[in-house]
Design a protein around this ligand. Structure first.
Ligand code: FES
Length: 131
């Protein structure tokens, strides 16, 4: 059984924007991803990732940032996301991740921005039986 993935979007990233009272770029990215998911949702059923806002993924210098994870799968941190340009890319990658048993979407099928801005990937946690 394939476990559904979660797309974590950092809401505190500033991206390249200076400090202002305006909503942060990360918060705008989360809103854009949620909008994109709703628009696609009617055309696709099941298997879509959960979308969760979080504060700081420790990738501030290469923000905006997001991560994709699921139990038993590889975890990815993606950076340099522009809320006006990359919501569809990160959502597409999260859907690919959700649909793969080990969280290893085919490299050439990943959106180009994701291929070029994967900051890290982390193997799934291995559980060991205690004797
Ligand atoms: S504030 Fe977004 S990664 Fe640190």
């Amino acid at each position: 059984m394939i476990s559904c993935s979660t797309l974590y979007v950092c809401t505190t990233c500033r991206g390249s924007e200076a400090a202002t009272d305006a909503p942060r770029a990360g918060a705008r990215l989360l809103a854009a991803v949620e909008r994109e998911s709703l628009e696609r949702g009617s055309a696709e059923t099941g298997g879509g990732p959960a979308i969760v806002g979080v504060e700081c993924l420790s990738n501030c210098s290469r923000s905006c940032s997001a991560a994709v994870a699921a139990p038993g799968k590889w975890t990815y941190v993606i950076g340099n996301l522009d809320p006006d340009r990359h919501a569809a890319d990160i959502l597409a990658f999260a859907r690919q991740h959700s649909g793969h048993e080990q969280g290893l979407p085919v490299w050439r099928e990943r959106p180009e921005h994701i291929r070029k801005n994967t900051i890290a990937r982390v193997p799934p946690i291995l559980f060991k039986e205690q004797s």
